[in-house]
Design a protein around this ligand. Structure first.
Ligand SMILES: Nc1ncnc2c1ncn2[C@@H]1O[C@H](COP(=O)(O)OP(=O)(O)OP(=O)(O)O)[C@@H](O)[C@H]1O
Length: 284
């Protein structure tokens, strides 16, 4: 049977002097958007770089379209990296000429279509464009060579809410045919609540959870109260506890909590904050 996963990462390890990715697993099916979240320095960019073999992995496997990523046709992968920079004097017109000579499937009309849609002057030098415009230019490139997988490092950071929403629509159109997928890292978790099918969270180089978004938001709940009411909750339902001047809140497993206690629907931010900053009381 044909592999239904566009990307499979298993046991990915990468060590830097002061940081290590440890046993990272990611499975991205066809036709899906996966959001990759975590604090600054958690290892999102490093993971994306290892997937692309820009950073060499120490161990583990990365398969794209069913084969080792190092054998993947890079034309099939559209990439956006915050830190990626074109030569400063380059213009949209120059970029078109460059990629026309590099990509077999380069689509000039699509590229210029996106530049017009994003309000980018094709004659303007890259260096004079704002950071948001530079990001849009990178996205226009990623979307113009018939890629089947988009690997995007914070593709919507620095974009205003209107443009961000437009981007999210473009991402949804991209996966519509069920053959394309997107993995993107972000700190804007509301974007994930809108469009992600899967959410993966990484913390200090380890994957903390990797779930379908709907399961995640259904499975977890936020309970609020005080220390004495906390003590009455079923112990195995409480995953992490945070205390503030307003009282106590706990990240709970709704099913294990049972019907006698109320828990609010969590946001992805609340889940993350409790798991990272909360006192961990791991449920069995
Ligand atoms: N080439 C490198 N050499 C040594 N350390 C590195 C290198 N690249 C990244 N690191 C370190 O690896 C850690 C993870 O960085 P990474 O950029 O993957 O985090 P991130 O989750 O993408 O963070 P952010 O949200 O801030 O972009 C950081 O501590 C960083 O300093």
């Amino acid at each position: 049977m044909e592999n239904q996963n566009i990307l499979e990462v298993h046991g990915l390890c990468k060590k830097y002097k002061k940081f290590a990715l440890e046993q990272v697993d990611l499975v991205l099916p066809k036709g899906c958007i996966m959001g990759f979240v975590g604090e600054n320095g958690a290892g999102k960019t490093t993971t994306l770089k290892c997937i692309l073999d820009i950073a060499h992995r120490d161990s583990g496997s990365v398969d794209i379209f069913g084969q080792d990523s190092r054998k993947a046709d890079m034309e099939d992968i559209g990439v956006v990296f915050v830190e990626m920079n074109y030569q400063q004097d380059i213009t949209g017109n120059n970029i078109n000429t460059m990629y026309r000579n590099i990509y077999r499937n380069w689509q000039e009309d699509t590229f210029f279509g996106y530049l017009d849609r994003f309000g980018i002057d094709r004659k303007k030098a890259y260096k004079t464009a704002s950071r948001g415009m530079q990001l849009k230019l990178q996205l226009a490139v990623a979307l113009s060579h018939r890629a089947r997988l988009l690997l995007l490092d914070e593709p919507t950071s620095g974009l205003d809410p209107v443009v961000r929403d437009e981007m999210l629509e473009i991402f949804q159109d991209f996966i519509m045919d069920e053959e394309h997928s997107i993995l993107f890292s972000t700190h804007i978790t509301s974007d994930l609540e809108k469009i992600a099918d899967y959410v993966v969270m990484i913390h200090e180089g380890r994957v903390i959870f990797s779930e379908q978004k709907d399961t995640l938001l259904y499975q977890y709940g936020i309970w609020k109260g005080n220390d004495s009411s906390l003590a009455k909750l079923p112990k195995n339902a409480v995953l992490a506890v945070s205390r503030s001047g307003f009282g106590v809140s706990a990240l709970v497993n709704r099913e294990k909590l049972g019907r006698n206690f109320e828990a609010e629907r969590p946001s992805i931010d609340e889940i993350m904050l409790h798991l990272i900053k909360g006192e961990q009381i791991w449920a069995e």
